[in-house]
Design a protein around this ligand. Structure first.
Ligand SMILES: NC(=O)c1ccc[n+]([C@@H]2O[C@H](COP(=O)([O-])OP(=O)(O)OC[C@H]3O[C@@H](n4cnc5c(N)ncnc54)[C@H](OP(=O)(O)O)[C@@H]3O)[C@@H](O)[C@H]2O)c1
Ligand SMILES: [Zn+2]
Ligand SMILES: [Zn+2]
Length: 352
């Protein structure tokens, strides 16, 4: 084991603070990565504050972070995919059994024995996994992604969660050029959803509660922007969408969006609010509409998404912060005040 610098939360009510954590020594299949940037996902905040206590209670101390981009500094003897000096990415998963039907199909996100990047039982240390708010991480090569070298690294980090979480359901539900697609909530996930829907050629409509994000939405690739509190604007789109991606982090009325779907249209929830959402049956029944959820994406598809971003030069719009500003960033994220993802410059951890 070796000591790594990190930021952790000691309890649901504590701010994140500087600490030291033990990381495992490299096994033959492992890659050691010096972390350069780590995005701040709203899931980090849900988890740090134990807002998902019913589904995945937080084990403290908690080191969040699953939008990791860095440079390989050392590899185990059996590692063929990476060498020191390579760029590398790590998302929300760091291990799975590799043998179940889901893993065999490249759907590691559905593996019953999948290990999340943080707050999961750690098979190697016997403790809990620690995420990317840290100077380094040791990960099995199967869960390390190649990052296209033309991409801005601070903006590439959020692709590892916000990117794949929006790309995967859009591919699954057939977002292409003749489709009308909605994206609800212009945050970290939402703004990536807009970029992907636009790049895939769909007619893209953003639904936002923030009037001041209207111009940004158009710049990011939206064809139209709807203020979701405006009933008349909402009504104009009734029954017209093929697909809607709901990326809202808090309680909101999903029925209003279900009514905007055409026959057999689908709305997929990627946002994971703390409390259950109310669902009115008739919105789904009339029009045979469907409501789904979607978690991140498998490793092969994550690589595909990164390569797609490399080809189309897609990255997140980021505000780069030093790690010392992480608690302030959380407060701003709760107020939907981030344009559109915080990316932590991990060089700032060196001074701790
Ligand atoms: N399924 C998955 O695999 C997965 C992966 C990553 C994250 N998530 C979840 O996805 C959600 C979004 O994550 P994020 O990192 O994109 O968060 P974020 O950056 O905070 O964005 C959330 C957006 O939701 C909108 N919003 C916030 N409060 C609202 C309210 N009360 N009513 C209506 N809209 C509201 C805001 O957009 P406007 O200002 O435009 O209204 C806000 O920018 C979180 O719950 C996160 O845990 C899920
Ligand atoms: Zn995330
Ligand atoms: Zn498996």
């Amino acid at each position: 084991m070796y000591n790594a610098k990190a930021y952790s939360a000691a309890s649901a009510k504590s701010p994140l603070a500087s600490t030291t954590i033990a990381r495992r020594d490299l096994t033959e299949h492992d890659v050691l990565i010096e972390i350069l940037f780590c995005g701040i996902c709203h899931s980090d905040l849900h988890q740090v504050r134990n807002e998902w206590s019913g589904v995945m209670p937080t084990v403290y101390p908690c080191v969040p972070g699953h939008e990791i981009v860095g440079r390989v500094t050392k590899v185990g003897s059996a590692v063929k995919k990476f060498k020191p000096g390579d760029l590398a990415g790590v998302g929300c998963m760091v291990d799975s059994d590799g043998t179940c039907p889901e893993c065999q199909a490249g759907f590691e996100q559905f593996c019953p024995n999948m290990t999340l990047t943080y707050n999961s039982p750690d098979k190697h240390t016997g403790g809990v996994t620690y995420g990317g708010y840290s100077d380094s991480v040791v990960v099995d090569q199967r869960f390390v992604l190649r990052v296209p070298s033309n991409l801005n690294l601070a903006g590439a980090a959020p692709l590892l969660c916000a990117g794949i979480t929006t790309y995967s359901p859009m591919r699954h539900w057939g977002v292409t050029k003749d489709k009308k697609v909605g994206v609800v909530g212009l945050g970290g996930l939402g703004h990536m959803g807009v970029k992907f829907a636009h790049a895939l050629g769909a007619h893209t409509v953003v639904f936002t509660t923030s009037p001041n994000k209207k111009e940004d939405a158009l710049r990011l690739g939206a064809d139209e922007v709807v203020l979701s509190h405006d009933a008349d604007e909402m009504a104009r789109h009734a029954g017209s969408f093929d697909f809607i991606l709901d990326a809202v982090a808090a309680n909101h009325d999903i029925n209003a969006y279900i009514h905007l779907l055409r026959r057999d249209g689908n709305i997929t929830l990627v946002g994971a609010p703390e409390k259950p959402l109310a669902l009115a049956a008739f919105g789904l029944i009339m029009g045979r509409r469907s409501l789904s959820g979607s978690p991140i994406g498998g490793i092969p598809e994550t690589q595909k998404m990164l390569d797609f971003c490399g080809q189309h030069n897609i990255t997140a719009d980021v505000e780069i912060i030093p790690i010392q500003k992480v608690n302030e960033a959380y407060e701003r994220m709760v107020k939907s005040d981030v344009k559109y993802r915080f990316s932590i410059d991990m060089a700032s951890l060196k001074s701790e």
